[in-house]
Design a protein around this ligand. Structure first.
Ligand SMILES: [Zn+2]
Length: 486
């Protein structure tokens, strides 16, 4: 009786979120995220799902009958096209905003997969020309734009706080879910799973990614609902963030300083959420005359598409963003702000030598249009490179944060003479204290906590803190671990 838990992705690591649950002969997946890492390891992990491909087309028997998606980030949603490619034709339940965000995000991810395969094949081809032994079969992309488009057809919208019986389940056997606001990104949800078998109900809460209070635009996380078991993320289980409050003053100070010396601000920004938050903050600061009126560019087709989704889903905005809107302001559009889609428009920005702000992906400066802007501006000490998110080891972004005197851009050594500063306050992930505070309302009923979506050190610190503060048993499962709970 109860639920069989099968941990598969984001187990002792931070990407590839995916957990398989079974109850009364019904199988569901919570998330189907892309594992991001070294090419070979990623290929191996992303092509092996928690269930056999033969079970994926069989929604009426013992196969996978439903998928529930917590939010649109690629490490939670990005392997859905592969699942579809393997034959899954059942529903994927999630919030309306998440569905709309997944449209540009999964297509962008498919575009990257296709480009990656093409690059590998070209490289192999070249080797052939110089007489190297012929390579294996041509590399196929993990999935294509067509697979991504098929995912969109299988989504089923679920409103927050409205219980949903999952496909293949009945009131007396199997699963229903209700989603609560996770406050992590637009449309993000925590998933309360209710599993019924032999007249007994087991409640399991899956946190998805837990956000923070007072982030711009999005609403605060809902209190954790009562549950018997909790699967919780632990990304920043060993970290404490700066408070969000002073970020406006800091941004205003930086913009004024750089504008006064005639410089430009180059912002490597994640296309989803961080760009929209910065845009709204800059709009507010401009209106309040706390920064001068500068031209501002969002130089990213993905960020531009995602901003359209933000505009559409006002029901998910917080009060501040709604009030701003009702005063007649579009948070994501005003005279000085321009969205550039084409490469020509992007290149034209290189000739602009007046104080301005350019935001472009990628957030860690590993690829994309930001590289052109950095190449163009990194050697001018009047400029500022403004880092807005986490920079993983060995990325160009990390080298900039570490202020290496020289960095390579497009294979060319460049001197780092621009100023570098960071605003980490807009992190979308709860820190240790915020995770502990979020789970607190559920603590009384909990029998056990499973930590996922964290590196081992972060998990260990959070595990110790939960055990000490709440006296709960905590497990950090590995990929493939199975548990039966009731
Ligand atoms: Zn996330």
């Amino acid at each position: 009786m109860g639920i069989r838990l099968h941990f598969w992705g984001a187990a002792q690591t931070v990407t590839g979120s995916s957990h398989h649950l079974e109850c009364a002969g019904r199988n569901i997946l919570l998330d189907c995220g892309l594992f991001q890492g070294r090419r070979q390891e990623a290929q191996e992990i992303n092509t092996h799902l928690a269930m056999e491909p033969t079970q994926l087309g069989d929604q009426n028997g013992a196969g996978l009958s439903s998928v529930v998606l917590s939010h649109a980030h690629i490490d939670h949603s990005g392997n859905l096209p592969w699942l579809i490619r393997q034959g899954y034709r059942g529903p994927i339940y999630t919030t309306p905003s998440t569905i709309d965000l997944c449209d540009p995000m999964l297509k962008d991810s498919a575009h990257i997969q296709e480009g990656d395969a093409e690059f590998m094949n070209r490289r192999r081809g070249r080797r052939k020309i110089i007489g190297a032994p012929p390579g294996a079969e041509p590399v196929e992309p993990l999935y294509t734009q067509e697979d991504a488009a098929q995912v969109l057809r299988q989504f089923k919208p679920v409103k927050l706080h409205e219980p949903q019986l999952l496909e293949g389940s009945t009131k007396d056997a199997g699963f229903s879910v209700s989603l609560t606001n996770a406050g992590h990104m637009l449309g993000s949800a925590c998933v309360l799973v209710e599993a019924v078998e032999n007249g007994q109900t087991t409640r399991l809460l899956f946190s998805g990614d837990v956000g923070r209070k007072n982030l711009p635009i999005i609403q605060n996380p809902d209190a954790a609902p009562a549950a018997d078991y909790l699967i919780m993320e632990s990304t920043y289980g060993n970290r404490l963030h700066q408070p969000i409050g002073p970020v406006r003053q800091k941004l205003s100070r930086l913009v004024k300083r750089v504008a006064a010396r005639g410089g430009r601000i180059i912002v490597p920004a994640f296309a989803v959420e961080r760009t929209q938050q910065l845009v709204m903050l800059l709009h507010q600061l401009t209106d309040e005359k706390l920064i001068p009126e500068l031209p501002i560019f969002v130089d990213s087709p993905l960020a531009t598409s995602v901003t359209e989704v933000f505009r559409k889903h006002t029901e998910d905005w917080d009060r501040e963003a709604c009030e701003f809107y009702h005063q007649g302001d579009d948070p994501f559009g005003w005279e000085q702000l321009m969205y550039t889609r084409t490469v020509q428009e992007s290149k034209a920005l290189n000739d602009l030598h007046v104080p301005s702000i350019v935001m472009a992906a990628s957030g860690m400066c590993e690829a994309g249009r930001i590289l052109h802007h950095l190449k163009n501006g990194i050697e001018d000490p009047r400029n500022l490179i403004l880092i807005t998110g986490y920079q993983a080891a060995n990325t160009l972004g990390r080298k900039l944060v570490d202020r290496l005197p020289e960095v390579n851009i497009f294979g060319e050594p460049m001197r780092l003479r621009a100023e570098v500063d960071s605003i980490g306050e807009l992190s979308g992930h709860a820190d240790q204290n915020e995770l502990l505070a979020w789970m607190e309302p559920a603590v009384k009923g909990l029998k056990k906590v499973y930590l996922v979506h964290g590196e081992p050190l972060a998990q260990l610190a959070l595990k110790e803190e939960i055990e000490k503060r709440y006296g709960l048993a905590v497990v950090c499962p590995k990929r493939g671990d199975r548990f039966a709970v009731s």
